[in-house]
Design a protein around this ligand. Structure first.
Ligand code: AGP
Length: 607
């Protein structure tokens, strides 16, 4: 998604804005731009592609001015080129925008009738002209912005600058996040605390419907009725360091290898490894009294939730209703009385997940959120936040957040099992001791990196790949497919192995490698017959299993990746690592932009 930065400061704004935008690169973008008020005039530089292109432009034609706004654009309306890059101008107004103005077509028609000529294909430009039209009517800047905001429908975060007032930026938030950074005699606006970290860690998070008047020595926040509102000024947590790749080629590689450490941090947050019990959790519901648990999320977070469903139902006998948030939010699900809702999101800003949360809130369900960004919107709108301690995840493809989400879900499922009398104290001790071994086992699994890189070289020659798994390895098969497709652009599908004969087997030939995720568990033999069906049709099998699985596979495989023996409860967490590495190395061989794959954003803050 787009990134927004604004500065009302006392030093040249343009270079500071570009530095801050760099901290938002992980969100994914395809063009960028900066505008300042330079000697009483609006001036801007924009460039297609990465920020290095904008920096080149600024070196050739520097921008003066101590007030400015900047933007990294992820195209929603209009192709990613310089003309459509933000900031957009209209007379004496400059604007940057994240989100979608849903009624932009009617606004554009109205403004064109009023004589406004559009220079871009973007929805954003209508906002600039709306504000400018109010100014032409003699309305002062703050009121002009307010009137324009009230005409907008949709999800947006905006920063608006006025040639006539070098001590004013208007910020507005309705959906995508926006925060105010408090400096000494200077103020900042940013899409998140990470962008503002170089300037300040004193942050005020704007809420939906807020708009802010930001001046060097004053910030006033109002609601959409124009009434002043109080928003807490707080210290941002752990965003002051600039995340870097260490000695890795990509953030994704670094984050894959951070998993033993961050999984241990996350597990330790929920489990007491001395007593081998789940630590007391201050939940807004009692698992013992629940008839149903609703789970909703998107993408990889949804697949973590799907694995969680197996665990809640198996270990706590708690029925789970789970759906991807883009469906959940519109399904009008009858939320039963004795239920709770759990939302899983790395960024805590995913629009569909937030909308599903709000649906459950409206229906009266207590809300829990498993998030990696504690001060995110989803966290702030939940009754309880269940943090993953993965640290900032920069690579667009979610890896360490996924295994940390699984770690939290495993702890919750055990908590629920004990509370509902389905797990004895002894069983709890055994299962938690097993979980305590996850980081060590993860370290062992990561030692397979070289072998997996070799397999990836082979995989990179194919156009289509099928992943198969049973039980908790079925969501993992889908996660493996998602990882591969989103960073290597190779088409991949994840299927329940038992579904093979119901259609996908028609795909099998020597041109379709099949990746089978199958530890030697109680249903391993079932998967062996699936592999035999694949082999009988010339399919190439890459088996991810353990020693016993390798010994009993009885089919010829292209490659067998043998993991250490792991307890069943840990399998989804540990078998996630080889599928992440497989996708990563395949993408490296494909030469794609591993950390910022095309068309993707790290946080999908619009529908
Ligand atoms: C996963 O690799 C993708 N980047 C994507 O599916 C992601 O998991 C999804 O957009 C949800 O994001 P969230 O966890 O921040 O809500």
């Amino acid at each position: 998604m787009c990134g927004i930065v604004g500065i009302v400061g006392h030093s040249p704004a343009a270079p500071l804005i570009v530095d801050a935008l760099k901290r938002l690169e992980y969100r994914g973008y395809d063009s960028a731009g900066v505008a300042t008020i330079e000697h009483g005039h609006l001036a801007r530089r924009r460039a297609e592609g990465k920020l290095v292109n904008l920096e080149k432009r600024l070196r050739a034609e520097p921008l003066d001015g101590t007030i400015g706004i900047g933007h990294t654009r992820w195209a929603t309306h209009g192709v990613p080129n310089e003309t459509n890059a933000h900031p957009h101008f209209s007379d004496d107004v400059a604007i940057v925008h994240n989100g979608i103005i849903e009624n932009f077509a009617e606004l554009r028609a109205e403004l064109e009738k009023d004589g406004y000529a559009f220079t871009s294909q973007t929805d954003t430009e209508v906002v600039a002209h709306l504000v400018s039209r109010e100014l032409r009517r003699g309305v002062p800047p703050v009121e002009a912005a307010f009137r324009a905001l009230k005409r907008l429908r949709g999800a947006f975060a905006l920063a608006i600058m006025f040639r006539s007032d070098e001590d004013l930026i208007i910020g507005a938030r309705n959906g995508p996040p926006l925060a105010v950074g408090h400096g000494e005699g200077e103020m900042f606006l940013g899409s998140d605390a990470t962008a503002l970290a170089p300037f300040t860690t004193s942050i005020t998070y704007m809420e939906d419907g807020d708009w802010a008047v930001v001046r060097r020595n004053l910030v006033q926040i109002f609601d959409m009725n124009g009434e002043p509102v109080e928003r807490r000024q707080q210290q941002a947590i752990g965003t002051s360091f600039l995340v870097d790749k260490g000695n890795h080629r990509h953030f994704m590689e670094k984050e894959i290898h951070e998993q033993p450490e961050v999984i241990s941090h996350t597990l330790a947050h929920y489990l007491d490894f001395t007593s081998n019990t789940v630590k007391p959790l201050d939940l807004p519901f009692d698992f013992a009294g629940l008839d149903r648990l609703y789970i909703s999320a998107c993408g990889t977070a949804y697949l973590a939730g799907l694995i969680g469903k197996y665990w809640f139902e198996r270990h706590a006998r708690l029925p789970v209703d789970i759906d991807v948030a883009s469906e959940f939010r519109y399904r009008e699900i009858p939320i039963v009385q004795k239920s709770a809702a759990l939302f899983i999101s790395q960024s805590g800003e995913t629009a569909d997940t937030l909308a599903s949360l709000r649906y459950c809130r409206k229906e009266g369900a207590p809300i829990g959120a498993i998030v990696n960004v504690r001060q995110s919107t989803i966290a702030r709108e939940s009754d309880v936040t269940l943090p993953t301690l993965a640290g900032p995840e920069i690579g667009v493809a979610s890896t360490k957040a996924f295994t940390c989400q699984l770690s939290v879900l495993a702890a919750l499922a055990l908590r629920a099992g004990v509370a509902r009398g389905k797990i004895s104290v002894e069983e709890e001790k055994v299962l938690i001791h097993q979980l305590s071994e996850t980081p060590r086992l993860a370290n062992q699994v990561l030692k397979l990196d070289r072998q997996i890189e070799k397999v990836a070289r082979e995989l990179s020659h194919y156009k289509h790949v099928l992943y198969l798994g049973r039980d908790t390895n079925f969501p993992l098969a889908m996660e493996g497919a998602l990882k591969l497709k989103e960073i290597s652009y190779i088409h991949a599908e994840g299927y329940a192995a038992g579904e093979l004969k119901h259609g996908p087997i028609a795909l099998i030939d020597e041109g379709m490698p099949v990746i089978v995720i199958a530890p030697h568990d109680r249903i391993f033999e079932k998967t062996v017959s699936n592999m035999q069906e694949v082999a009988a049709r010339g399919g190439k099998i890459i088996l991810i299993t353990d020693k016993a699985g390798a010994a009993h596979a009885t089919v010829k495989t292209l490659e067998t990746i043998v993991l250490p023996d792991v307890p069943e409860l840990l399998a989804p967490i540990l078998y996630a690592l080889p599928i992440q590495l497989l996708a990563y190395h395949t993408a490296v061989f494909m030469g794609t932009d591993v950390d910022q794959p095309r068309n993707l954003a790290k946080s999908v803050t619009v529908e």
